[in-house]
Design a binder for this molecule. Structure first.
Ligand code: G3P
Ligand code: CA
Length: 235
């Protein structure tokens, strides 16, 4: 059962920062999950929200700000009162995360906008063809299934995860259609029976975001393929 750190190790460091991903690596994760948006000048930015308001000391939409401007803001201590080490202070780019991870675990990239899709595919292709990474060290997921269809169209070797928080059957049908690797349901949708039904069709099941020990214990009895959690050391 794979241990996948949600936004890094969000339970311990500010989400989607290099410090959070390093913490997850220190906890021996099999994979990390992160979220991406596109900046105004076409850089892939690792951040959950479409604005920087919640997590930094700045304001504005990510897609309206250049990389230089985004880098000038700091992860907000008010958002996260823990001491911010240097690695935790800036919004990272996807390339910076790839270089930090350096093939130590797989990277689940959640596309938060359709616009970022082509750039993410191109960056994965670059790391596979020029830096010796393997396609199975990446897993691209999204609630935007049009974006996933675009990934499959651009490069059918990139593993795809279908995200859903509402309809497991629809996700299963779509996963078959685009030949996805995995289904990523909100964990409340899962039972032992429907987990097995998905797996028998050939898909892995990676539920999110499971943080409480009681929930982790219960989901483990379903024999899911991996668990996405803010607290990787609890798996
Ligand atoms: O990828 C699973 C999970 O991260 C989806 O929800 O809102 O945490 O991005 P969210
Ligand atoms: Ca996410």
């Amino acid at each position: 059962m794979l241990k996948i750190g949600h936004r890094g190790a969000r339970g311990y460091e500010p989400e989607n920062t290099l410090a959070s991903f390093q913490k997850a690596l220190n906890m021996q994760v099999d994979g990390i999950e992160l979220d991406v948006h596109l900046s105004a000048d076409g850089e892939i930015i690792v951040i959950h929200d479409e604005t920087i308001d919640r997590t930094t000391n700045g304001k504005g939409f990510v897609n309206a700000l250049s990389l230089r401007k985004l880098k000038a803001f700091r992860i907000d201590g008010k958002y996260d009162p823990r001491h911010l080490a240097e690695l935790a202070q800036q919004i990272p780019t996807l390339k910076e995360v790839f270089d930090l991870v350096n093939q130590d675990c797989f990277i689940n990239i959640e596309l938060k906008s359709y616009e970022v899709t082509d750039k993410v595919v191109a960056l994965i292709e670059k790391y596979v063809t020029k830096k010796g990474w393997k396609y199975d060290q990446f897993l691209v997921s999204s609630f935007d299934w049009n974006a996933l269809q675009q990934v499959a169209f651009l490069n059918d070797k990139i593993p795809i995860g279908v995200l859903t928080e509402t309809d497991l059957n629809l996700a299963l049908a779509f996963a078959k259609f685009i030949q996805a690797k995995s289904i990523h349901p909100h964990f409340h949708l899962l039972t032992k029976a429907n987990t097995a039904q998905i797996q028998v069709k050939g898909f892995d099941v990676f539920p999110w975001t499971i943080n409480e020990l009681e929930d982790i214990q219960k989901i483990k009895t379903f024999n899911v393929n991996g668990i996405i959690t803010d607290f990787p050391n609890r798996i």
